[in-house]
Design a protein around this ligand. Structure first.
Ligand code: UDP
Length: 318
């Protein structure tokens, strides 16, 4: 029998790459999305595929008991994920990670599927330790503007673990660190697309705060490989997925300037509220369990991403 997968947020940046992976591997893919922060263009090439079904609906309104399909995998990726997006959609972000996670868990339970919750390094908040491993409980402001995402994801992890403990559902939790690559919206507000957007328009690169805060950037292809390995392994506690190579935001800006080969300049702006100062995953667990680690260097990934945007823009202009 052909295997079936349900992916919420399947038209989003990460979700659409997962749809591609499963279609290319012979699965029937159900993609659930309401296009709040995603883009139909990401899955347009799949719409005519006989194995691809688009369920265009707000997950919160889905009556999950009406879904009679049996899935092998249920993957919950629906959520605004960029700080700009979740500050704009605070209630939607809380709901999709709470009510939405419960609905996806119920679908998985009904199918006895493997369930995966896409969590985030944001559960660590503004970490008090330089490198974050899965045992760290985090330093999160529960009432700050970012809390809608951080606490939403923390609740999502809690209910996922509750289904694992109470119903013995085979659940997985991944904590995704900053990921980038083709299909991120150029205006989604995150640092890499935002820098590229400004560079393409010959504008200075906007840096929030002093630019000395750090992030560790993982290229999308590496992340997808990690996610698939998580589905295959017999382990139900959270797993960090990310690239441990850490850069200051100012260093990232310098790299982008170098790739564009011209002086763009930097514009220093006020810091974002509760902006984590440091973020670097400890991926010892993923290395051991999954025999996985990212392969694509930041420069190489940035070049691929810039090429994607250049192609996109030239196809729009022609
Ligand atoms: N940032 C920046 N300029 C931008 C966008 C973001 O300096 O145009 C900074 C932001 O303040 C943060 C880091 O880059 O310190 C990463 O931000 P992003 O929104 O990509 O993701 P986050 O890791 O904060 O969720």
């Amino acid at each position: 029998m052909i295997k079936k997968v349900l992916i919420s947020g399947g038209a989003g940046f990460i979700g659409s790459h997962l749809c591609d992976f499963f279609i290319n591997n012979g699965y029937i893919v159900w993609c659930l999305d309401n296009f709040l922060t995603s883009n139909k263009k990401n899955i347009e090439h799949l719409l005519k595929n006989k194995n691809f079904y688009l369920l265009e609906i707000d997950l919160i309104k889905l009556e999950e008991n009406k879904i009679k399909e049996k899935f092998n995998f249920v993957l919950h990726f629906a959520s605004p994920a960029s700080p700009v997006d979740y500050l704009k959609y605070p209630i939607e972000t809380l709901k999709v990670n709470s009510i939405g996670t419960e609905k996806m868990l119920n679908i998985a339970l009904n199918s006895n599927a493997v369930f995966l919750f896409a969590s985030t390094s944001e559960v660590y908040g503004d970490p008090l330790i330089p490198v974050q491993d899965e045992n760290y409980w985090g330093n999160v402001n529960p009432i700050g503007p970012r809390s809608v995402y951080d606490e939403g994801k923390r609740y999502g992890e809690a209910i996922t673990m509750a289904f694992f403990r109470k119903y013995k559902l085979n659940t997985k939790i991944i904590r995704i660190f900053n990921t980038y690559g083709p299909r991120m919206r150029l205006n989604d507000g995150r640092v890499i697309p935002n820098f590229i957007y400004n560079a393409l328009n010959n504008k200075p690169l906007p840096i929030y705060g002093d630019g000395k805060q750090t992030r560790s950037f993982c290229y999308i292809d590496d992340l997808i490989e990690g996610i698939i390995k998580v589905l295959e392994v017999n382990y139900n506690l959270p797993i960090n997925l990310g690239n441990p190579e850490e850069f200051m935001i100012i260093e990232l800006a310098e790299k982008i300037e170098k790739i564009f080969g011209r002086k763009l300049g930097f514009e220093f702006l006020p810091p974002m509220p509760d902006d984590p100062r440091k973020r670097k995953p400890d991926i010892t667990l993923a290395k051991k369990l999954l025999n996985w680690e990212p392969k694509i260097k930041l420069e190489e990934g940035l070049k691929k991403t810039i090429d994607y945007y250049l192609n996109l823009l030239s196809s729009v202009n022609h």
